[in-house]
Design a protein around this ligand. Structure first.
Ligand code: SAM
Length: 239
């Protein structure tokens, strides 16, 4: 089991990114933090946990246990080095094949679901893993961002949205490396949650922050959304 995050060069470049230095360096964090439920005594599943910044935040803010899953050996090694905590259990696993059977108050997934081809079975599985009233909070690359080949064209730059309704694999370049991701339409994501039985509590596009970006990058990032935040609740028993 592996993935691009276990390739030496990619991993080294990822570790150089600002977001690897802490939650406050990640453009989405300010918005995402506000969407978190009460963490006191919460039992949390962190999917695609990376180097453990969120797991560590949950542990320090009242959660009773955090199961943090990632498929990458290198990311988990770094997570254990930087963010070991008695309340956190790191597990190397594919998030599509989660074996956990204890019920969770929160299933959290930051920037890993666009690596998944078929979201609906995963939504079903997450629904079953949640306690009644539990929260599924995730951040996925925005469909406007993932639809085309993920490049700017022309001068001044314009973002290319193409093949929007052809869902599935996209080969893109991220950190100078060819990376496979999957494009899902907004309908697939939001209707998928509704069909699964979730109710939607928040849908937000991440707004670029001037504090984190220099003016030129900020102007560019204001041209299209890059990330979509969704908070869904397992609110009622399904028939
Ligand atoms: C962009 S990183 C985000 C890490 C972390 N959630 C964060 O926000 O800092 C994406 C992570 O998802 C993990 N990942 C991707 N596909 C996965 C899969 N099928 N199963 C488990 N982890 C996966 C990668 O190994 C990587 O650590």
């Amino acid at each position: 089991m592996s993935g691009i995050y276990d390739h030496d060069d990619f991993f080294a470049r990822y570790m150089q990114m600002d977001r690897s230095k802490g939650l406050h360096f990640a453009g989405e964090w300010k918005q995402l933090e506000k969407l978190l439920p009460d963490l006191e005594d919460a039992c949390i599943l962190d999917l695609g946990c990376g180097i453990g910044w969120h797991a560590s935040y949950f542990a320090k803010n009242g959660a009773s246990s955090i199961t943090a899953i990632d498929q990458s050996e290198k990311m988990l090694k770094q997570a254990r080095k930087l963010h070991s905590h008695p309340k956190i259990t790191y597990v190397q696993a594919d998030l599509c094949a989660i074996q956990e059977d204890k019920p969770f108050d929160l299933v959290f997934a930051n920037l890993c679901l666009h690596y998944i081809n078929d979201l609906l079975p995963l939504f079903e599985h997450i629904y079953k893993l949640l306690k009644q009233d539990g929260i599924f909070l995730f951040n996925i690359e925005h469909p406007v961002f993932t639809a085309g080949d993920q490049t700017w064209i022309n001068e001044p730059p314009v973002w290319k949205v193409d093949n929007y309704f052809s869902e599935g694999k996209r080969e893109t370049v991220f950190l100078d490396t060819k990376v496979e991701k999957y494009h899902h339409t907004l309908t697939t994501i939001l209707n998928g949650l509704l069909k699964t039985g979730f109710t939607l509590e928040a849908v937000e596009e991440v707004v670029p922050s001037l504090e984190l970006l220099d003016k030129e990058v900020y102007k560019l990032e204001m041209k299209r959304p890059m990330m979509l935040l969704v908070r869904a609740r397992k609110a009622e028993k399904r028939a």
